[in-house]
Write a protein that binds this ligand. Structure first.
Ligand code: DC
Length: 248
């Protein structure tokens, strides 16, 4: 099994809200046959549980404690990821403005991050053990969850471009929010996400920076696929060189 883990690889992608991580990750996963994992869904699912249980968001102890009492599970079927809270499919419920409004705060609590990081690693390793390659996206995947990932990417875009995208996404999901509200919420979340004491959103020194502001989804997808192919080829070459050295 260990050998299979070594041969499988992880692509880690971080970036701010609306940078296109979700869309790009799914498209890249489909083209390269990777398992895509959206870790924001785990934090959102926990935030939903906080709301469902009427927990005061400022009561950090209770916000953390609820994680001991609930079961969060991700399922991947036909390249679509669903999230389950205590066995109930809550994939649609985690995208409401109410969840979005508190998730930055709930996800900045140290104990919450610790537990969800553990869950992210467990999910990742389970797929690797099955011999699958994975692409995991979030805010701290390249820096905290899988700093050893073979490919690390930081996907960015300007706040205005990201707000435009979020508005289009909201419209598709039947969520009614003005552009100004969305932009305000994105800037607020950027501030919170980048200033977290643990797991803050930042570019890992060895992550490749990709700006998606002015490029089409298709162009960014191809750019990232090229990076993944190049990086995995480099890694394979290094692996063979090491093998030759240790056998000689
Ligand atoms: O990507 P998203 O908007 O669905 O993420 C929801 C929230 O979860 C976001 O405010 C930041 C947080 N998050 C995090 O702190 N770490 C991650 N790895 C993923 C998401």
């Amino acid at each position: 099994m260990e050998g299979r883990i070594n041969m499988s690889y992880i692509v880690a992608i971080d970036g701010p809200a609306g940078s296109g991580k979700g869309t790009i990750t799914k498209l890249v996963a489909k083209d390269l046959g990777l398992v895509s994992i959206d870790t924001g869904m785990l934090y959102r699912c926990h935030a939903l549980a906080v709301l469902k249980n009427n927990i005061d968001v400022s009561d950090e102890e209770k916000v953390e404690e609820i994680l001991e009492k609930i079961d969060i599970n991700l399922k991947n079927k036909n390249n679509r990821q669903s999230v389950f809270l205590n066995g109930e499919d809550v994939t649609d419920q985690i995208r409401t403005p109410e969840v979005t409004g508190i998730v930055s705060k709930t996800s900045s609590i140290f104990g919450v991050r610790e537990k969800i990081t553990r869950l992210e690693r467990k999910i990742g390793y389970e797929w690797l053990k099955e011999g699958k390659n994975i692409i995991m996206e979030g805010r701290d995947i390249t820096t905290v969850v899988f700093p050893e990932a073979k490919v690390k990417i930081y996907l960015d875009a300007t706040p205005i471009e990201r707000a435009k995208r979020r508005c289009r996404q909201n419209k598709r999901n039947g969520i009614n929010q003005s552009f100004e509200e969305v932009l305000q919420s994105i800037m607020e979340r950027d501030k919170n996400d980048m200033n977290k004491k643990v797991g803050a959103l930042k570019k890992a020194p060895d992550a490749i920076y990709v700006d998606s502001s002015k490029s089409s989804v298709n162009k960014i997808k191809h750019k990232i696929i090229k990076i993944i192919k190049q990086k995995t080829k480099e890694n394979r070459n290094e692996h063979y060189k090491k093998n030759i050295k240790s056998n000689s």
